[in-house]
Design a protein. Structure first.
Length: 430
């Protein structure tokens, strides 16, 4: 049998590029609407400020509604098949956005895009939990979620140039094509479970299965999804992710417009500036996830970073538009510290929730995050348009982040602490 080290390296090199690219493409096609908004889609289609923020947010409504059923399907059936069809459908929806001629068509496409991407995140997190052990999971989750800032990093630059050179319509069509191509690659390279992988030996498969089974041995299973969804730990995770997402997705969707309003610069320069917070986020995400796995302390790399992000948002508001570069530097800090905790946060979820309901629970947690994203992107866009300034939206996002910090402090650090509290999730098998 190969050593534990080479065994781990084999999985990292084979799986992580596939996982990373897949989630990157999903993020590309959901986040580029902010550039279309900054580049004149509202003017071209006659969209008001209020309607614009609603359209930008409709993705998250569809995304929320189909999280749980999609995740349960993936757990009971096949992650491979679900993601394959999702890739094809979201690539078509994204490209079709560049061909819209009226507001209702645009609204439908944004909603449908959310529907077909709904199960991607929870399915991928569940997929990682089947292939990586507790001591690896924070880093594995981070490589998945790195698809978010890395994609927005290069998308911010590329989208700026595409909009400048061809217009927002061509940007949507060009950026929708990669998902269709990647669907073919995904189908021929991905296996649902380690037992199906030809590149693992039987000894390696047995070792991985034994490790994963032992990690769940001390977590009592629940009777059904209803019991899981009513437990205090799942409800806390849901609330934290919703409040956290108010800040994160409002930031993602409207940073280009905030930058455009704060300084007299062209769309290409907006693209370069918008990329900076995501570059900082990549560095901090990698460092935080590595330390989380090394110390086995998840909470330490979640709520303190979110607190720093909250403070940076408030400071950016206090500095105001008269000191643009200082305010921008604080936005960079806020963006980095909001992204960095994702790996440790989602590594903690399977450590506290039984595997027999993990898929649905992750789906519900992510659905609540989508609700927060819907609220965040809609309200931030509305406040920016109604007030002509990002000041009010800073306060709104900072408030959501602060509440997520307070709730995260109350979450158990490990399953033993959860069991001592006699949480409703730890019910006996019936």
């Amino acid at each position: 049998m190969e050593s534990a080290k080479s065994f781990a390296v084999q999985r990292w090199w084979y799986l992580m590029p596939i996982i990373f690219i897949t989630y990157s493409l999903a993020y590309l096609d959901r986040a580029n609407y902010g550039f279309a908004a900054a580049a004149g889609i509202d003017r071209d289609l006659g969209i008001t400020h209020g309607t614009s923020s609603l359209i930008g947010s409709l993705f998250f409504l569809g995304y929320c509604l189909f999280q749980v059923p999609g995740a349960i399907y993936a757990q009971k059936n096949s992650v491979k098949k679900l993601i394959f069809f999702s890739l094809i459908l979201w690539g078509l929806c994204a490209a079709a956005t560049g061909m819209v001629s009226n507001i209702p068509m645009l609204m439908v496409l944004r909603f449908v895009l959310g529907v077909v991407e709904a199960a991607v995140m929870p399915s991928m997190l569940m997929y990682i939990s089947r292939w990586f052990t507790r001591t690896e999971r924070s880093r594995a989750n981070t490589f998945l979620i790195l698809g978010n800032p890395v994609t927005v990093l290069w998308m911010s630059v590329v989208s700026g140039y595409l909009v400048h050179g061809f217009g927002w319509r061509h940007m949507f069509v060009i950026e929708g094509a990669p998902a269709l191509i990647w669907a073919v690659v995904w189908w021929f390279t991905v296996k649902d479970r380690p037992a199906d992988a030809s590149w693992l030996s039987d000894d390696e498969k047995n070792e991985l299965q034994a490790r994963l089974k032992s990690e769940q041995a001390h977590i009592a299973p629940v009777r059904d999804y209803k019991s899981a969804f009513r437990s205090s730990i799942v409800l806390k995770f849901c609330a934290i992710h919703a409040l956290w997402s108010i800040g994160v997705y409002g930031f993602i969707m409207w940073l280009p417009s905030i930058l455009k309003a704060a300084a007299t610069i062209d769309i290409v320069s907006v693209g370069w500036l918008a990329a900076v917070p995501y570059l900082a986020a990549i560095v901090l995400m990698l460092l935080g996830s590595w330390l989380s796995d090394k110390t086995h302390n998840r909470k330490l790399f979640v709520w303190p970073l979110l607190l720093v992000g909250t403070i940076a948002f408030v400071a950016s508001y206090l500095v105001g538009g008269t000191h643009f570069w200082l305010s921008f530097a604080l936005l960079v800090i806020a963006g980095a510290t909001m992204y960095a905790p994702y790996g440790p946060f989602f590594a903690l979820v399977p450590e506290l929730i039984p595997s027999n309901v993990l898929g649905g629970a992750i789906g519900l947690i992510n659905a609540c995050g989508a609700l927060g994203a819907f609220l965040g992107s809609w309200v931030v866009g509305y406040l920016n348009g109604a007030t002509g300034s990002p000041a009010a939206s800073y306060i709104f996002m900072a408030g959501g982040l602060l509440l997520s910090v307070i709730l995260m402090i109350t979450v158990p650090a490990h399953s033993k602490e959860l069991n001592r509290r006699d949480d409703a999730l730890a019910v006996s098998r019936t």
